[in-house]
Design a protein around this ligand. Structure first.
Ligand SMILES: *[C@@H]1O[C@H](CO)[C@@H](O)[C@H](O)[C@H]1NC(C)=O
Ligand SMILES: *[C@@H]1O[C@H](CO)[C@@H](O)[C@H](O)[C@H]1NC(C)=O
Ligand SMILES: *[C@@H]1O[C@H](CO)[C@@H](O)[C@H](O)[C@H]1NC(C)=O
Ligand SMILES: *[C@@H]1O[C@H](CO)[C@@H](O)[C@H](O)[C@H]1NC(C)=O
Ligand SMILES: *[C@@H]1O[C@H](CO)[C@@H](O)[C@H](O)[C@H]1NC(C)=O
Length: 415
């Protein structure tokens, strides 16, 4: 399909949206002006006014109908109806071209592995090839994927500095070989990594930083990540050791839990302030395997609120662990652009705090009533599917959510 035709189709669906909006506005305006007229002249023209009311009712009715159909997409989304419709449009239309260059045995094309703390990167590289979104025809692509893996470079012992150079050389070779980059100077190109190197790996090429979309697991507002252009990738440590939690509120008797390395300022403070508390289960150190089989994971099933302080980066796989095990994540990272923040309303299934709230942590959590906790827990179960990777990918999983974020950003680039 030609891109002009696609653009036409897109704009026609947008027209549909704005048509409904303008119909509603028109109906309200008509109603208001007739109300005004009828007050002024005391001779209401009822038949016309009725038409306006009927139009208004009709629009309202249609909106309600659609909202009912969108039940599957409720509560936890900022705009359930828009998300549902736009997601479907993405499923039908979105096309991505993967540059074929680079040896899969070095840093390119294929994932290093689908396990461990950087599994999200591996899954993305794997999923995009298995998905319906891939096209072999660059002329029908909305976006272009730069398939270079920082996780694989790290596996081969490449230093952070050299990663930046290797990414730069690779992208420059694509710029010289293909005409696509130069059309928008990289604005319809994207790069993905879950490695801690994050956006730094792109810093060798100014336009990659300025124009391209970078999907990374460490998306902090204060270090190079650009929230309205780049994408926060969820960090997920897969496979999960135990099945997902949910509908198990009676078993959640511990108020709060955290155990881990003290490798950041906030973690040091958290441990120092709460280590001996009788209601918050905060341990100073990671629970070692010697303590018993899966003791760490099993704690998540027994806890209401799992504390997720940032480590060396704002993100941590603990957040998606908490979501998986049905324990409300308590986000304790300043400047964290949370994954899917623009689609999901995190406040409906998580507790998002400032780092300075750590001193009031217990009182804040105790202040959340049991009914409020139940709502959070039920919502958490609804979002679990969005934070899991699968191979092949399945509808609405982490891969599809990342693709949807890319789809949203492609709307602003028109070539
Ligand atoms: C970085 O690249 C330079 C030049 O290619 C090389 O000599 C050096 O060994 C590399 N260092 C690492 C850690 O990869
Ligand atoms: C894209 O532009 C750069 C800079 O002007 C140029 O060096 C390069 O050859 C161009 N690429 C292609 C494929 O024409
Ligand atoms: C609560 O915990 C017990 C003991 O571990 C377990 O057998 C039971 O299935 C749990 N209840 C729910 C609803 O998960
Ligand atoms: C916690 O208990 C240990 C051992 O009694 C003690 O050394 C430490 O100072 C206590 N921490 C706090 C914050 O009270
Ligand atoms: C807990 O709730 C009470 C009453 O609503 C409020 O006054 C207090 O500030 C809250 N404390 C914290 C730490 O949120």
């Amino acid at each position: 399909m030609s891109s002009a035709k696609q653009a036409q189709q897109q704009s026609s669906s947008h027209t549909l949206f704005s048509l409904r909006g303008s119909l509603l506005t028109l109906a309200i305006l008509t109603l208001l002006s007739f109300t005004y007229l009828s007050l002024k002249y005391a001779t209401p023209p009822p038949q016309v006014s009725n038409v306006a009311v009927a139009a208004l009712n009709d629009v309202e009715h249609k909106v309600e109908e659609e909202e009912e159909k969108g039940q599957e997409f409720s509560d936890v989304y900022h705009s359930p109806r828009v998300f549902k419709l736009d997601f479907e449009e993405m499923e039908n239309k979105f096309k991505v071209y993967i540059y074929p260059d680079g040896d899969p045995n070095t840093f390119y094309q294929t994932p290093r592995k689908l396990t461990g703390k950087y599994a999200s990167e591996g899954y993305f590289f794997q999923n995009i090839r298995e998905s319906r979104f891939r096209t072999e025809n660059p002329d029908e692509a909305h976006l272009f994927f730069i398939p270079i893996s920082c996780h694989k470079m790290r596996g081969k012992g490449t230093s952070y500095e050299n990663m930046t150079i290797i990414v730069q050389n690779y992208v420059e070779s694509l710029i010289n070989k293909y005409p696509y980059w130069n059309r928008t100077l990289g604005a319809d190109h994207f790069f993905v990594t879950c490695h801690d190197v994050g956006v730094r790996a792109t810093e060798g090429l100014e336009l990659l930083v300025k124009n391209s979309i970078r999907a990374v697991c460490s998306p902090s507002y204060d270090v190079g990540f650009i929230p309205h252009k780049d994408v926060a990738l969820p960090q997920v440590l897969q496979p999960f050791a135990l099945p997902s939690g949910g509908n198990d509120i009676e078993n959640r008797t511990t108020l709060g839990f955290w155990a881990g390395h003290r490798n950041s300022k906030i973690r040091v403070i958290l441990a120092r302030v709460w280590e001996n508390d009788t209601e918050l289960d905060i341990s100073n150190n990671r629970i070692s395997r010697a303590t018993g089989h899966l003791v760490y994971q099993k704690r998540f099933y027994k806890t209401k609120f799992c504390i997720c302080p940032g480590g060396s980066q704002v993100n941590s796989a603990r957040i998606t662990d908490s979501i998986h095990y049905g324990c409300i994540p308590v986000i304790l990272s300043d400047y964290y652009d949370l994954p899917f923040n623009d689609i999901l309303d995190w406040k409906k299934f998580a507790v998002v705090l400032k780092e300075s709230d750590v001193y009031q942590l217990k009182q804040i959590l105790k202040n959340i009533s049991q009914p409020e906790f139940v709502v959070l827990h039920n919502n958490l179960v609804k979002v679990q599917k969005h934070f899991q990777w699968n191979s092949p990918p399945i509808r609405l999983d982490a891969f599809h959510m990342v693709m949807y974020e890319l789809w949203l950003r492609h709307h602003t680039i028109k070539y």
